[in-house]
Ligand binder design. Sequence first.
Ligand code: GLU
Length: 301
Amino acid sequence: MAAYVGRFAPSPTGALHAGSLVAALASWLDARAHAGRWLVRIEDVDGPRCVPGADHVILQQLAACGLLPDEPPVWQSQRGPRYQQALEQLLSAGWAYPCGCTRKDIADAWAASGRARPRHAELVYPGTCRTGLHGKPARAVRALTAGRGADGGWRDIHITWQDRRLGTQQQNLSQQVGDFVLKRADGLWAYQLAVVVDDAEQQVSQVVRGEDLADNTPRQIHLQRLLGLPTPGYLHTPLVLGANGEKLSKQNGALAFDTGRPLQALQEAATMLGLSAPAGATLADMLAGLVAQWAARYRQA
Ligand code: GLU
């Protein structure tokens, strides 16, 4: 079996809150339960959304909880040339193409197709620029999510994958997601490309992260296949809901957890993962107890 490498990959858009600590703890527990390495990667590709200093606050919060990475953290903002290489590989293989559509172009194409427009969801890209820019200037670069059949027509791509907690998952990538952005019109790298390039380069063997990211997994598996990269294992952890029943997020004002009380923060995160953290234990004892419980449940043969 290849060496276990896990990672926690926060976006530095603010300090960790109770929900992000659950994902951090779960990925750390899984790495420790497999006697593997655990890495931290700061996903700061979306510069305008990042909060200056939040990266260091996050690293301090993790350290206060005893979650220490086995290697110095990596910052995605320094890895543009690697993303560019991957993009060029996809472009030259015909699996990525420049797109000149604005949001309005996409909405107009939907309206013209006569299909009902989904509410509260990003519109699936109608594929307009698959056949060329039609005289428009290039804006973004998209990944192709359909293959050519023997008759020259488009064939949907279905991705099936195993989640270690959620079981078998599947998605019709062509219909449910559509050709997705790899490089944005503002020149920024998209999460999907950066995460795939970095997980492979860091030899991540198991991705453990929040369930809100589960439906990104087929896009990432698609890119791994196109780039000839291995697909890691996946485990998506339960989400922490706020009092209003919505997922806790920085956007809806979730508060940073209190680093002055790491035992309490860890205890709450453990409860969310269905683990019981003994009250009154020291930090080291609590973490050791949690690793043992996690191993009993999730260690793979
Ligand atoms: N950076 C992403 C986030 O904070 C997580 C990426 C991942 O774990 O794949 O939402």
